[in-house]
Design a protein around this ligand. Structure first.
Ligand SMILES: [Zn+2]
Ligand SMILES: [Zn+2]
Length: 155
């Protein structure tokens, strides 16, 4: 009979210890998550949902759905013009060069020459918490369509 005090927590109930997230090290205890855990696309290591979302997904600032970071850095939404973004016009920007931001000591700074203003903020688009936001592929498509329609109308 092993000394119960020296056994890791959970070992008494579960023969298999829960897998640990390769990013934060937390054990993945949620049964659903555990049955089919997220994996790091780079090395196939197990990840918890939180870390996966943090590293490989973002929340679209328009439809509020999670989206893959593959498309994240193609457009930038700037809403809050009251603070350090005052020099930027509100709206949707196309990222035309990379990098479009540089890390500052306190916050990241945008690089104006990498950003091209393409559209007004659509109705219903509000960036929560941050002064900038990103769009999922679907919402980017809606912006592209609006830009095209505006170009036609202006001819
Ligand atoms: Zn994690
Ligand atoms: Zn969206």
């Amino acid at each position: 009979m092993p000394d119960i005090d020296t056994m890791p927590a959970g070992a008494v109930l579960n023969a298999e210890p829960p897998p640990a997230c390769s990013y934060c090290g937390d054990e993945i205890t949620d049964p659903e998550e555990r049955a089919d855990p997220r994996r790091d696309p780079n090395d196939d290591e197990v990840m918890c949902d939180d870390c996966y979302q943090e590293h490989f997904e973002f929340t679209c600032c328009w439809c509020k759905e999670y989206a893959s970071t593959d498309v994240q850095h193609e457009m930038l939404v700037i809403e809050d013009a009251d603070n350090e973004m005052a020099e930027y016009r509100k709206g949707v920007y196309r990222v035309v060069d990379s990098p479009y931001w540089s890390d500052g000591m306190i916050e990241c700074n945008l690089v104006p020459s990498s950003l091209e203003w393409i559209a007004e903020l659509p109705d219903g688009l509000h960036v929560d918490y941050y002064s900038c936001g990103h769009l999922c592929a679907e919402c980017q498509g809606k912006i592209e369509a609006a830009v095209k329609a505006a170009e036609k109308g202006g001819e």
